[in-house]
Design a protein. Sequence first.
Length: 338
Amino acid sequence: MRLVSAPPNPQRPSAPSHHHHLTVGSTGPAVKRLEEKLIKRGLLKGEADNHFDTKTQAAVKKYERNHDFKRVDGVVGDRIWHQLQLSGAAHEGQVSNQSIPGSKDTFRTVTINVKSNPVMDQASVVHDVKRAAKEGSLIGWNEIGPERYRQAIRDLGPDWGHYMPHDGGLKIPNPISWKKSEWKLKGEGFLKTHNGEAKVSPNRYITWVKLENKKTGKEVVRMNTHLVSGAFSEPKPTTGWRREMWHKHMEKMHDLVARFEKQGYPVIVGGDFNRDSFKVLGNQVKYDNKLNVGTHGRSTYDYLMHTPNSSLQSHGAKVDRGFRSDHNSVAVKYTIKG
């Protein structure tokens, strides 16, 4: 489904003037809608029972942390009420058809690492793939090594296109997928950043696709990558090699981003950078998810970022902790102008 941004609009009905308040002990239809929203986001287990208990409170706190609330108290006030549309007037996920002035279309892109070390059972893989596909129309996948992982992505069906490159006989584990209804493939490629080392790390790559937004005709480059792990945490003797390869990878990433920038394309970069809370590309890009919102346990390894470009504007990131993988996804909404 195409998502169109919802800016402030004088024609939109104003929010109710009274204050909303749900906390432990609250009951009723609004509590049930709240629980349903939290369950759908993977923040609450079980069934919606219309009773705001301590489990509901804990789930609300998770929501507040995910959305960078300054105050995390597990109490539903006006902000959460309107974000989750608890009045029941609109279906969750529905976005107004009003456009940002001067804009043409809005889309969401996702980065997700589907853990393959150790490999997950296939039901968990399918769960994560389907969950990511619900979050956006343009997805960068990482750790897609096993063939059954790749098959789970293909099984999203004919509405999706995929770039799953090979380097000789090696299947590159960083594919990219897109909704065909929104995007037309105009080009693709990959770059090997360095060779692997036996029993230490595999070869590492950057993959990219050039996609035309069907509504605006504007082309965007989406890059995807996964850097060597342990460059800043493993003990010697592997740290030296890992760190050298990490920097080598980032030098090639920097050059590739600059090449597309020079050609005039807006570039979105995503992936698992295996460095915690760090501006991996310096000031070359804008970082769309904050650097301190754990995407791998308490550490921030997974990033979405974009190059400054007048035709592309980001509207906030969401970190989804409802995956079976040990990583969370990051989804960012962008407006693209024709």
